[in-house]
Design a protein around this ligand. Sequence first.
Ligand code: PA5
Length: 430
Amino acid sequence: MVRSDISGIFPFISEDEVFLLSKEASRAHELLESGSGAGGEYAGWVRLPEKTDTGELERILTAAERIKKSSDTLVVIGIGGSYLGARAAIELLNSPEHNLVKKDAPTVIFAGNNLSGSYLKRMLDFAYDRDFSVNVISKSGTTTEPAVAFRFFRELLVEKYGAAGARERIFATTDRSHGALRKMADGAGYETFAVPEDIGGRYSVLTAVGLLPIAAAGIDIKRILKGARLEREALSERSEKNDAWRYAMARQALYRSGKKIEILACFEPEFRYMAEWWKQLFGESEGKNGKGLFPASVEYTADLHSMGQYVQDGERLLLETFVSFDSKDELKMPGDGKNLDGLNYLTGRSLSDINRAALKATKEAHIKGGVPCIELSTGEINEETFGALVYFFEFACGLSGYMGGVNPFDQPGVEEYKRNMFRLLGKPGF
Ligand code: PA5
């Protein structure tokens, strides 16, 4: 379960200012549960943890086994909400070095999340000598970046395995009935998984969008779903005790008091893509109509040596949210008779202890430097924690979006660059 400690914001804002927002949080909670708020037709993720489709889940697990048996590499093609959640899970639960350390699961590479020719060429060259499968993921089925990458990988698959072999190695996750990818997949006979109509991209990690690549990477997706289910139960509380309310109220109160940027900070490097996923979730959900906290992230302690100066002492626009985990790391500092490095004062201390001290020290320093701090703690890093964190952030984001007066489920601003790009490239109709 995710716990929010908001005591680190009270040097900057009164408890009254925060808890006055509980009426708004309550209204927002009702809008999410009833699906009657703006964009409510995309609030299907709210009840997702309690209505797992077991048939679909078994099909995902079977497909993941097929991928593992036939392939030493899985190419995940998708952008935004169609890949960040899977990458976040694989890095958090296996390792950012998944491809180096995980010997009993395929190497996972990601494509279709940019338009760089050199990146795509590197991925194609990598896959060329390997036995690979492709999971192409696009809810709309029309997004340019994954469509471009898919065309190249499809061609490579056909060249290597022939049309029939390629068909066996392509798994398409897309809308049930709309879009070019659905048409193509049905026409070619690829195995397909449907993204539920009422769940938008950045809220879709607990559907086949995230679950198939995560399962193929050897991660127990049933435990992830269990974590999300338990978190949903915990967040059914409709009072100030609800940890998602507290997080959403703290963010909104600070935003209204003039803070403009929220930094998500973690002391575990494997959290990096979870932070990328979080940035999309909050940025696309809240950044509209000239409003919204700008979501940024740092990876400590590394970034204390690059961004630490600004956070401590730069313009006071920031609030900081720490995500902390209980560490199961058993590494203990060895003693050294000569003590030339002067580290003997740490002898026998575990690295997790030292890292925890760094977190406490950083939080204390940043509060002193004028940065309101929130801490979200979750227990050890494991599948259940991941599921819980995903659901917690999604729920808090929905609450906060409604409290901020926006539709947290659309992203109209994303179309602007696309129109320009299509015009510049001469796409018919632009
Ligand atoms: O949250 C969203 O809906 C978007 O950010 C999408 O995830 C992203 O644009 C990819 O879209 P699609 O899955 O349709 O290719």
